[in-house]
Structures are given as structure tokens and as C-alpha cells.
Design a protein around this ligand. Structure first.
Ligand code: FES
Length: 244
């Protein structure tokens, strides 16, 4: 049988749109987040703290931006995510660019069984860290309501609230979490006991899991926007609007 050439396909649809959009979206986010992490300033204003710098760790021995003490964990969580893996393998490695489209012939490619991609298997460890981060970010939302003159809600409070909500939806829809809560069962839909706590939790995670890709993109956009919002307010470029 003749081997398909690179990008050869009989597909007639716009199959290239999805990998192109992923390439642009992830590149823009990567460039912005690297820039924001290198700044090391303007990440705090009043009760607001940028999620890129949360939890705020300031130690004497660390001479660089505090963001670098933090960002490796959420970056690792996203980089090893089952959905993102599919998306960036297609968009960046063109391996394959899409279903039924000829790929780059990488002869030595051994999947995720060899270095470096074998590290994708530690996704569950990153999930444990992400769950801790979710708790910290909800505490930040609480702090974002504590202004100098007491309780209040500003536009920044809502931005941080929306960000943490979307990050929670992304984290709680994780495939690894679904496997974790449905553990010990080969086929939960057939063997689980409907009504018990584990089965109910599995149903909730499964329901969220159906939209995992949506939560992945919305939360990615929102976490970047939250940093940008706090940064612009802190730099005095925009004013925070106090709702009450
Ligand atoms: S599979 Fe995407 S966050 Fe776990």
C-alpha cells in the first residue's frame, strides 16, 4: 500500500482550521505568560493578586520573579493534560495534523513510552498540585472582597471570581480525576452502585468532562486576562470599577 505523503488527504473540509487556531492560541498565551512572568512587578493592586503570582512567595534567596516559583505547576498540569496533548501534537508537531491527513514522518517517534514524552504520565501528580492551587485561588477571591474600608466588590473581584470558577471547572473535569473517583471499577456505568457518593461524584465529573476542551480554552483565556487586568490597574492604565 502506498504511504501517504505529508499533508496528503482526501478530506474536503477545513481540517487545518483547528490545528491553526490551536497554534495561534497557545503561541499567544505562551508569549504573554512568559512576558508577564519575567516582569516580576505590577502583579498586585489593593486586594487583588494576579493568578500568575499566586500564592505570593517572597523569599530573600530568590533573586528572580516570584512567578517562576509557581508557574511550573499549572504549566505542567496543562502541558500533560490529555486534551492539550492531542491539540499541540497536532498543531506544533503535525503528528498527525488531523485525522486522515498525512503526517510528518518522524521515524524515531516512540509515542509516550520513551524520553521525553514518558513524563506525560505524571499528569495525575500535577492534578494533585492543581487541586491545591484551586483552594489557594478561592482564598484569593475571598481576599479580593476585603478592601481597606471593609467588604466590597469591584470589577477585579468579578474577574478573579470568573477566573477561579473556570479553572475549577477545568480541573474538576480532568480525565485523571474522573479515573481517580471511578477507581477500582473496570466499568463504572455497569458496576457502580447508583446513588452512592462515589457513583454520584463520578457522574458529576463525567458530566463536566464532556466539556473539558471548552473549560480548557475558557480558563486559559481568563487566567491571562486576569493577570492583564490586575497589571493594568496596578500600572494606573485603567481604573478598577467598584460595584459596592
Ligand atoms: S486531562 Fe486535561 S486537565 Fe487532566
Amino acid at each position: 500500500m502506498r504511504e501517504e505523503q505529508f499533508l496528503e488527504t482526501s478530506r474536503k473540509d477545513f481540517w487545518w482550521l483547528s490545528p491553526l487556531a490551536v497554534f495561534i492560541g497557545l503561541s499567544l498565551f505562551g508569549i504573554y505568560s512568559a512576558w508577564a512572568a519575567f516582569q516580576g512587578e505590577h502583579y498586585q493592586w489593593g486586594p487583588y493578586l494576579s493568578p500568575f503570582y499566586s500564592p505570593l512567595i517572597v523569599v530573600d534567596w530568590w533573586k528572580w520573579s516570584p512567578a517562576f516559583l509557581i508557574l511550573w505547576a499549572p504549566a505542567g498540569f496543562r502541558a500533560t493534560c490529555y486534551y492539550y496533548r492531542k491539540a499541540y501534537y497536532r498543531a506544533f508537531f503535525l503528528s498527525p495534523p488531523a485525522c486522515a491527513v498525512g503526517d510528518l514522518k518522524i521515524r524515531k517517534y516512540k509515542g509516550e513510552t520513551n524520553f521525553p514524552f514518558i513524563f506525560q504520565n505524571i499528569h495525575r501528580c500535577f492534578l494533585y498540585l492543581a487541586l491545591i492551587f484551586i483552594v489557594i485561588l478561592w482564598i484569593d477571591v475571598y481576599h479580593a472582597t476585603r478592601f481597606e474600608n471593609g467588604f466590597g466588590i469591584g470589577a477585579g473581584t468579578l474577574v478573579l471570581f470568573a477566573n477561579t470558577s473556570l479553572l475549577s471547572l477545568y480541573t474538576f473535569s480532568c480525565h485523571s480525576l474522573r479515573h481517580l473517583v471511578g477507581g477500582r471499577m473496570d466499568c463504572f456505568s455497569k458496576c457502580g452502585t447508583p446513588g452512592d457518593v462515589q457513583h454520584k461524584t463520578w457522574e458529576v465529573v463525567s458530566c463536566l468532562n464532556k466539556k473539558h476542551m471548552l473549560w480548557a480554552w475558557l480558563s486559559l483565556f481568563m487566567v491571562g486576562f486576569s493577570d492583564l487586568y490586575v497589571r493594568l490597574v496596578s500600572m494606573g492604565i485603567i481604573k478598577d470599577f467598584r460595584i459596592f
